[in-house]
Ligand binder design. Structure first.
Ligand SMILES: C[S@@+](CC[C@H](N)C(=O)[O-])C[C@H]1O[C@@H](n2cnc3c(N)ncnc32)[C@H](O)[C@@H]1O
Length: 241
């Protein structure tokens, strides 16, 4: 992974040639997991596949994907989730739960895992299939309000499966501001984008926005074992509003 340099914020078309995964997190240069070694992330069940496809047909403008995230991508996104203590983690756009499974694999006993899903049928599916989740029917745009009603002032990590490229710039900004406020100065935020969309205006704008909202934005290598191939952003330290 790498941190975006200031000169890259305006010209982000060089994206597909992502360099080796070195980065700086919390002031310490190091390597972040890019394609983690095989982990027990759950394989996709036929029920999950059906539920995902049904949602994609029902509301294509809300799903923005042809398949759920692969275990590889899910593990990479979940790497921001603390493995000890009693963390509170929020997942945005959990869909059929492929990333939820990777998050759950990391979470210690006593942790909270809230999953904010806009599609009520997917929310119902998650309640049936993943009883360990606190499924919240709602819009990521209202994240801080949704957390306040559950007496959660701040969270340790936010992991997003949202289809950013389907959102306008104002919506992207509103959601990122909500995420920044939810993680505070010490939390982390992970999200992903598809490699083939990197040159698109909306994807480039999103990347610029990330750098406006967060002091640190780290980009992973391409995860080829995902349909389509994708990469992750890991962001920390929201800039003062
Ligand atoms: C691309 S799917 C990702 C599903 C899953 N996280 C994965 O990676 O396989 C996007 C998900 O985000 C949900 N979604 C879209 N807009 C949303 C919003 N504003 N708030 C919450 N969820 C939203 C969709 O209903 C869908 O479940």
């Amino acid at each position: 992974m790498r941190t975006l340099g200031p000169d890259e914020e305006d010209d982000l078309t060089a994206e597909p040639a992502l360099p080796a995964p070195s980065t700086r997190v919390g002031g310490v240069a190091g390597r972040l997991p890019t394609c983690p070694a095989a982990s027990p992330a759950a394989p996709l069940t036929s029920g999950a596949r059906r539920a995902f496809l049904a949602a994609a047909v029902r509301s294509p403008g809300q799903i923005g994907a042809v398949a759920p995230s692969s275990p590889r991508l899910a593990d990479l996104l979940a790497s921001v989730v603390p493995t000890h203590g009693t963390p509170t983690v929020v997942e945005l756009g959990p869909g059929t739960g492929s990333v939820s499974a990777a998050i759950a694999d990391r979470l210690p006993a006593g942790a909270r895992h809230l999953a904010v899903e806009l599609d009520p049928r997917l929310a119902a599916y998650l309640r049936r299939t993943r009883p360990e989740l606190e499924v919240v029917d709602g819009d990521a745009e209202h994240l801080t309000g949704l957390l306040a009603t559950r007496a959660v002032p701040e969270v340790d990590a936010v992991v997003s499966g949202l289809p950013w490229s389907l959102f306008g710039g104002a919506t992207q900004r509103r959601i990122l501001d909500q995420v920044a406020s939810a993680i505070g100065p010490t939390g982390a935020f992970a999200t992903f984008a598809y490699t083939h969309t990197a040159p698109m205006t909306t994807a480039r704008r999103f990347r610029r926005l990330l750098s406006e909202v967060f002091d640190e934005v780290v980009v992973s290598r391409t995860v080829w074992r995902n349909l389509p191939p994708a990469y992750a952003y890991v962001c920390r330290r929201p800039r003062p509003a």
